[in-house]
Structures are given as C-alpha cells and as structure tokens.
Design a protein around this ligand. Sequence first.
Ligand SMILES: Cc1cc2nc3c(=O)[nH]c(=O)nc-3n(C[C@H](O)[C@H](O)[C@H](O)COP(=O)(O)OP(=O)(O)OC[C@H]3O[C@@H](n4cnc5c(N)ncnc54)[C@H](O)[C@@H]3O)c2cc1C
Length: 307
Amino acid sequence: MYDLAIIGGGPAALSGAVYAGRKRLDTVLIAKEIGGQLLLTSGIENYLGFESITGAELADKFANQMAQYDIDEIIGEKVVELFKQDYFFKIRTEGDQWSEARAVILASGKRSRTLNVPGERELTGRGVAYCATCDAPLFAGRKVAVIGGGNSAFEAVIDLLPIATEIFLIDIAPHWFADQILIDRIEESPKVKSFQLHRVVEILGERRVSEIVIEPIEGGEIKQFNVQGVFVEIGLVPNSEFVEGLVKMNQYQEIIVDCHARTNVPGLFAAGDVTDVPEKQVIISAGEGAKAALSAYRYLIRQKGQV
Ligand SMILES: Cc1cc2nc3c(=O)[nH]c(=O)nc-3n(C[C@H](O)[C@H](O)[C@H](O)COP(=O)(O)OP(=O)(O)OC[C@H]3O[C@@H](n4cnc5c(N)ncnc54)[C@H](O)[C@@H]3O)c2cc1C
C-alpha cells in the first residue's frame, strides 16, 4: 500500500513526484512514458530558467531531478481502471498490474484529437501524423496537408515549410485561431494553399497516404489532392476516460479541481492539462503538480497515522 500514486509522466506528474519525494511519501509513479507532450515539442522558450531548451532535454532534466528521490516507477503501462475502496484507491494497468494507494494524483494530460474519417486510423504512421515536430523531416520533397486552424496547425506548417514542396492547410472554421505572429509567418509563402470552411471527407492510400478528399462545409464541389502526408492538428483531448463516473468533469472531459488541486473525491487530486485549470503550459502543469503533491501530503497527515 503506497501513500501516493501519481498517474502520468509529464511535467505535472514529475513535479508532483519531486515534491512527494521531498515529503518522504511512499510514492509510485505510473506512466505510459516519461515526458508527455514535452516529447512532441521541438523548442520551449517560456519555461523560467531556460531561455531555450528542447522538449526532450527538459523532460530529461525533470526525470533526473525526480531520480534524486526514492520514487517507485511503473513505466510503459497505461492505467485503465481506478476506484476507491474504503479509505484507499485501487489502480489497474492495461497489463493487469494492480497498485494500492491512500491518495492519488491524476496527471494524465492530453492527447491529439482525431478526425474520425475513413482512412485515418488505417494510415496512421503511414502518412497520417499528429506531431509535425516529430515527423516533418520524413516528408522532405513531398506534398502534405495540415488540418486545423489554431497555433498547432500553424506551427506544423512552419515546421514543414523548409521541407515539403506544397502544403494544403485545411480548416472548417471561417477564420484562423492562431496567433497573428504565426499567421504572418506563413501567409506570404507560395507553398501554402489555404482552404477555410472545408472538412476532410476521406484519406486515401493503399499502403501509404496518396490522396486527401475535402469538401466545402456549406456544400459544393469535392476536391481531391495528391499528398503523401496528412498532419492532423485539431487540438487535444484529456486522458480522463479511466476516471469517468468516479470524478466530476466539465463538458470537455477535463477534471474539475479547486485551487488546492482537489477533486470532488477525498484523497483524489489532479494537476496539469487533464484538469479544468486554464492555460495549458509546462510551467503551469509543473506548478499544479507541486500543489497537488503538497495537498496530498496534507490530506495524508490528517488520516489516522498514515505518513
Ligand atoms: C506541439 C506542442 C508544443 C507545445 N509547446 C509548448 C511551449 O512552448 N511552452 C509550454 O509551456 N507548453 C507547450 N506545450 C504544452 C505543454 O507541453 C503541456 O501543457 C504540458 O506538457 C502538460 O503537462 P502534463 O503533465 O499536464 O501532461 P502531458 O504532458 O500531456 O503528460 C501526460 C502524461 O500522462 C501519461 N498518461 C496519459 N494517460 C495515461 C494513463 N491512462 N495511464 C498512465 N499514464 C498516462 C502520458 O503518457 C504522459 O506521460 C506544447 C504542447 C504541444 C503538443
């Protein structure tokens, strides 16, 4: 029986683990992988103390700091079940590993939203991609489509500009939601062809992506383009399915927390992108993770002789 289980391996979880370690809580960290969305980020320039650092380097630094403390780790396992039994929690992973803890921090972050169109799932990893930072170099000299109209989509286009020969930027909205500074950087490029108010109908390809089919959302002529890559950049969804029914969430499936990182379930805390805390950023997730660990510590010392 652990004092604390932390679910996740991103900035919120790792920061929480450092704080839990310093309070000498008997802690287990369970994560699919260490790094979270940092691994999808090429450069971070707004994390205090580092003027510019790659996401992978920052993740390494976080993990090294956590390693200074005595934290048990279950890495490579996804939590699929979590429930409360009497005064403690039981946690089950996909590989059927069970853990028990008196308190839990949910720090499972977010993942990319999918288009849910024919061809997407079948061709994922074979031309359909969700991380331009990771996969753009694979499309040198190729034609690609980027789906979305926010910052992620524009950052993907910027990553692809020096690599791809032609970029179709496709979005259902009538105007872009990206920061103007990013819009300005691509609007002049002759490589980029924009299609606002269009939706993706289908992604075609035998072994790899070969075409994308789009249509105007208000009706009209269907268009088909020859592309070898499709970057889906339409936002993120919280990894909160495994606590559905246990904990209160908002309409976006984000876990509702108070300013102490407490959920509505005693002993269950949450931090970072998986919560309804506004602004999804590394520094905010790290701060919330620290807060959740301190709140968990306070919760535990109020339980009968637990710590
Ligand atoms: C392309 C991109 C660029 C970005 N650029 C910046 C930037 O420049 N500056 C900035 O501040 N922020 C940036 N962000 C946002 C930042 O990366 C996130 O806000 C931050 O990583 C959130 O941290 P987190 O720990 O809450 O969640 P995440 O980083 O999402 O980590 C969640 C962790 O939980 C694990 N997990 C999920 N489900 C389960 C489960 N069921 N069981 C076990 N483990 C699970 C995941 O594998 C992962 O390890 C960027 C994000 C992206 C995608």
